[in-house]
Design a protein around this ligand. Structure first.
Ligand code: PLP
Length: 367
């Protein structure tokens, strides 16, 4: 793949790198960031890699008032032989454009955006941690920057990519989480923004999330916004249930985020010959299977944790313990396989991983 030269302004003050054992999530940021502008007259223009720095914007910038913004999240991994791998990055940039379409944000050239992302990762390659379970989290996002309070789509935008070295989600091994089934608040409705990765969806979930935490649950399972009956997804994860040998996940219905991990898990299960069904699933159905003893495992899927086994649900004060609160065999196998492929330790039969070229950068123009 040819890497198109973009302007690179290197930092003259490299930061000290954090301790790889204590990274946490999204707390540390690398030396550089990517930025590109959009205007009605010039379209997307002036792509550049610059030292990581605050952005200044007009207090009237539309994103601050009306939330016209979209984001993505993906990871870069360093293999034991020093290669840098991205997991299905083209899917993230495609989804970014899908989200943008819903929010009236002009589309990016996905190939050029992937180029830019790879160049940024290459510039900050020495920030990719190598301890087991660690990675470089990549956060591309678009914000509406036109200074105008009228409620209409912005005429100016910025596309920015920042990078954050992140720790292992499970420093002590994969651990089941307890999930609170939310019956009062809802995340999204069909026709709304549920399918888009956009800020407002997370702002609207914070209150329920905090209430669940107070009760001792780490995340919320959202039910549908009309009947509060059908399962949608968990916080920032899609959700799967294994019942009687078959794996079920809610069908993409217009209010659920189309997770890249979700799609990859479905492909893996199909390859292994394990029946997997996308359908409408009611919470009552899950409790019924729990009572009958046919609910074998449950897990969430997303970029941050990859697989998050669910050990307990609480729906209207009825607790349902799943797989005795321990990680199920299938959850563990999926976790090991997917993280193995991502870290380059396990063969990648689907050619999901994209290697970042670092050599070509040496000849790119320095500004
Ligand atoms: C990002 C996200 C997911 C998971 O998507 P992945 O592509 O697997 O990381 C699921 N649900 C919501 C609401 C999300 O924001």
């Amino acid at each position: 793949m040819t890497i198109r030269p973009i302007e690179i302004q290197r930092t003259t003050a490299k930061k000290q790198k954090p301790d790889q054992q204590q990274l946490g999530f999204g707390l540390h940021f690398t030396d550089h960031m990517f930025i590109m502008d959009y205007s009605l007259t010039n379209g997307w223009h002036q792509p550049r890699i610059v030292p990581y720095q605050p952005i200044s914007m007009d207090p009237a910038a539309k994103v601050l008032h009306y939330g016209q913004t979209i984001f993505e999240g993906l990871k870069a991994y360093k293999t034991s032989d020093g290669r840098i791998l991205l997991f299905r990055p083209e899917k993230n940039l495609h989804r970014l454009n899908n989200s943008g379409r819903r929010l009236g944000i002009p589309p990016l050239d996905e190939e050029a955006a992937l180029d830019a992302l790879q160049q940024l990762v290459a510039v900050d390659a020495d920030w990719i941690p190598s301890e087991p379970g660690t990675s470089l989290y990549i956060r591309p996002f678009v914000i509406a920057t036109q200074p105008a309070l009228g409620v209409d789509p912005s005429a100016h935008y910025q596309f920015i990519i920042i990078l954050s070295p992140v720790g292992s989600y499970y420093p002590e091994g994969v651990n089941p989480v307890k999930i609170y089934v939310e019956s009062h608040y809802v995340r999204a409705v069909k026709g709304g923004l549920g399918e888009a990765k956009t800020a407002g969806n997370y702002a609207s979930g914070l209150k329920a999330q905090e209430a669940a935490k107070e009760k001792g649950y780490s995340q919320v399972l959202w039910l549908d916004g009309v009947h509060r009956t059908y399962i949608e997804e968990v916080g920032s994860m899609n959700v799967f249930f294994k019942m009687d040998g078959t794996v079920y996940t809610p069908a993409l219905n217009g209010s659920i985020l189309d997770g890249i991990t979700r799609g990859s898990i479905i492909q893996l299960l199909q390859k292994w010959g394990i029946p997997v069904v996308e359908k409408t699933i009611s919470i009552e159905e899950i409790y019924e299977a729990g009572r009958k003893g046919t609910l074998e495992e449950a897990f969430g899927t997303g970029t941050a944790a990859v697989i998050s086994p669910i050990g307990e649900l609480n729906w209207q004060d009825n607790k349902l313990v799943i797989h005795e609160g321990r990680t199920g065999e299938l959850s563990a196998k999926l976790y090991d396989t997917l993280t193995g492929i991502q870290s380059g330790k396990v063969e990648d039969p689907f050619q999901w991983m994209v290697e970042v070229e670092t050599r070509k950068l040496d000849s790119s123009p320095l500004v």
